[in-house]
Design a protein around this ligand. Structure first.
Ligand code: IMP
Ligand code: MG
Length: 334
């Protein structure tokens, strides 16, 4: 067994879908597994010229790869069926490919109604927090007890460890949200209710030793959606929002924007043991013609994207020399 993991190093929305999609097209994975979160996540993928947004279903399905909603996730049943319909309408065959771990916890109408009242965290109001609370309170409803889901249900242990269909199980773990939203490592309480690190992938049924490569995804600036004050003061940040189309894939909310914070990247790279970092959306700063970042409390300005990339590369090489650092425009493959 081996597993690669895609994690977000900032606050979500950094382009995990793009990297997952790319890896699925070059590697022969047997499974793509979502390991945390619910339909608070929105994964935007450009596939054969079409824009597809999924919330629950991993993008392996676009490549004919078995796509699993792992036990670390919470699931909204209506949303799940809606996504299947949308994928089928877009001409993607999902038959027999989508699986749900039997012990996934269900997001109920009650959870959603409760989350709708949130004003303090700025949640996506998808019932995520209440569903995880009930999971850990041991009051949850499990996917295996929902009749409508029967044909999708798998036993995760058998699927991964006693699967005779595949010579070797090769997994791509597709994370949701990001390091800055992680329940333990993010800026509590302005966090989500699940774990958004590599550790969380491991909790979905594989030994730590199976992890082959960790892909960390970031943007060359930061965005965040939620109740805390995050947006920086420079007017260019508003331009970045427009040029980068920084509006939530799930809720349509304008994302708050700030400059890249290298301290956050460093923590996220170290804690996740990232092997390759991809910095996305370099073309957005190029269009706005402003290149700036924070290294500690100091702001640095650059004359070009190349200069800024060089600084970032050097910064990462100083604390973790073996890390591969890539820079990518929004619609570039990598
Ligand atoms: P919740 O996960 O809906 O409870 O929201 C908690 C915090 O995480 C809020 O600030 C949300 O905006 C943020 N959040 C949750 N999921 C995502 C995501 O997929 N992308 C970006 N932010 C997210
Ligand atoms: Mg997203």
């Amino acid at each position: 067994m081996l597993a690669d993991v895609v994690v977000d190093l900032q606050y979500g929305d950094c382009g995990k879908g793009k990297i997952t999609n790319y890896l699925c097209s070059i590697e022969d994975y047997t499974h793509v597994i979502r390991y945390n979160g619910g339909c608070n996540a929105g994964h935007t993928i450009y596939h054969e010229g079409k824009k597809i947004v999924t919330h629950h279903i991993p993008c392996g399905v676009l490549h004919g790869i078995r796509s699993v909603i792992g036990p670390g996730c919470v699931l909204n049943v209506n949303q799940f069926f809606k996504e299947i319909d949308e994928l089928e309408e877009a001409g993607i065959n999902t038959k027999g490919l989508i699986k749900i771990a039997s012990n996934v916890n269900i997001i109920t109408d009650f959870h959603i109604a409760e989350d709708k009242k949130d004003t303090e965290i700025g949640t996506t109001k998808r019932g995520n927090g209440p569903a995880y609370r009930d999971k850990y309170g041991r009051k949850g409803v499990l996917a295996r007890d929902v009749g409508m889901l029967e044909e999708y249900i798998i036993d995760m242990y058998t699927e991964l460890h006693e699967n005779e269909e595949f010579e070797e199980v090769k997994i791509l773990f597709e994370g949701a949200q990001g390091f800055g939203l992680d329940i333990d490592w993010g800026d509590y309480p302005y966090v989500t209710s699940s774990h958004c690190t590599v550790g969380s992938a491991v909790l979905n049924g594989v030994p730590p030793s199976s992890i082959r490569r960790v892909w960390g995804v970031a943007k060359v600036y930061e965005t965040y959606v939620g109740a805390k004050d995050f947006h920086g003061i420079e007017p260019e940040l508003n331009l970045i929002r427009e040029v980068g189309e920084e509006y939530g894939a799930t809720t349509g909310r304008p994302r708050q924007v700030n400059w890249l914070d290298l301290d956050l990247i460093k923590k996220a790279v170290n804690i996740n043991g990232v092997d390759t970092v991809v910095f996305n959306k370099t073309d957005v700063l190029d269009e706005v013609k402003t290149w700036m970042l924070y290294d500690g409390i100091n702001a640095f300005h650059f004359d070009s994207g190349e200069d800024m990339n060089y600084y970032i590369q050097d910064y990462i090489n100083k604390f973790k020399p073996e890390t591969e650092v890539l820079f990518s425009g929004n619609k570039e493959i990598i």
